[in-house]
Design a protein around this ligand. Structure first.
Ligand SMILES: [Zn+2]
Length: 350
């Protein structure tokens, strides 16, 4: 009996999980001992353009468990998502965590500092379109490459945080990315239901090639690591309700992954979106919305219009389908081809 007990104890001590929890965990310059947190940076050396430094926080749990990566601010003016991860950094306690949480609260620093939406103003590239990145490319490519190597390849699960940008009046929603791998898709489905944003876009037509994964969450999914993307916040605001949705959702996914103690209630009846229709302006001018984010519209309903600079209507924007206004342009600035709104077509429970 005693021998068996000893054998079990030895097995436990030498199991991979135990060994991992007893080892420091390092990302960039942040090294955390078990039960500790550490703050630091992933340094991106200068190439054809300037160097940058991406802040990183590592919460290395006292107990073994998976590695979860949380990344925000690929778009540096989607503020609610950035502030949500700041809040999470202030509240997480590594003593309570089983496993390790890597948090990148703000990737696109030039966008944040210069208040430029959608792109990294240094090279004009969206920082969520060039994954897995390129160590020889411009700053966006080099940052994407570093995140692929130092965060995605190190984690078991990932959440990418977004929200309405400066010009996007957005209602909260999540993406359920379908990879085609049934086991992985069951996990990501559980993750979006645990996260709790009650409108969920089913995203099936994603690149399958890990070397051309394009999006951050897709970079994880194409490498066999379940990942989701979530969006809350709108038009440059930091509303407490939006921030709270993202903080609570993160904690619930950690409970689902058994990285935190406690229970959570997964969504039972979310609104599933099967298709997203983009309404673009056929004319430049001044945009006037006629509906709010979250409004349910019928096919053909007028959702906004564009005038010339003398107030004469030059374009009427109509809903191409019945559905929910996921977001609508929040500002008067309008160029030909700009997005006026995204309409989500509701589908049945997949
Ligand atoms: Zn975004």
């Amino acid at each position: 009996m005693k021998f068996r007990l000893l054998a079990v104890l030895l097995l436990y001590l030498f199991s991979a999980g135990y060994a991992m929890s007893q080892t420091n965990f390092t990302v960039g310059s942040a090294t955390a001992a078990p039960g500790q947190k550490a703050f630091g940076a992933i340094e991106i050396p200068a190439g054809a353009d300037a160097a940058t430094s991406i802040p990183v926080a590592v919460f290395h749990g006292a107990k073994p468990g998976p590695v979860l990566a949380l990344v925000s601010g690929l778009h540096g003016t989607e503020y609610a998502s950035i502030i949500a991860l700041e809040k999470l950094i202030q509240t997480l306690d590594p003593a309570q965590i089983s496993g390790t949480v890597i948090i990148l609260p703000l990737v696109n620093i030039p966008s944040f500092e210069q208040k430029v939406p959608h792109v990294n103003p240094l090279d004009g590239k969206s920082m969520n379109r060039f994954y897995p990145g390129n160590p020889e490319g411009s700053q966006t490519d080099r940052v994407s490459w570093a995140i692929t190597k130092q965060v995605v390849e190190r984690c078991d699960y990932l959440i990418d945080y977004h929200g309405g940008d400066l010009d996007e009046n957005l209602r909260p929603y999540a993406y359920w990315p379908k990879s085609g791998n049934a086991k992985q898709d069951a996990i990501t489905r559980d993750m979006v239901l645990a996260f709790g944003l009650d409108h969920i876009i089913i995203w099936s037509d994603r690149p399958k090639d890990p070397n051309a994964s394009r999006y951050l969450d897709n970079t994880a999914n194409t490498r066999g690591k379940p990942a989701i993307a979530v969006e809350a916040g709108h038009s440059g605001t930091v509303e407490p309700a939006d921030v709270q949705l993202l903080v609570n959702g993160s904690l619930n996914v950690m409970r689902y992954l058994k990285m935190l103690p406690g229970t959570f209630a997964p969504l039972e009846h979310p609104v599933w979106i099967g298709k997203v229709d983009t309404v673009e302006s056929e004319q430049p001018g001044i945009f006037y919305p006629l509906v709010q984010r979250g409004t349910y519209v019928e096919q053909g309903m007028k959702i906004g219009y564009v005038t010339d600079f003398f107030g004469r209507t030059v374009f009427a924007a109509k809903a191409p389908s019945a559905g929910v206004v996921l977001y609508i342009c929040a500002v008067p600035s309008m160029k030909k081809g700009d997005t006026i709104a995204n309409i989500g077509e509701v589908t049945t429970n997949p």
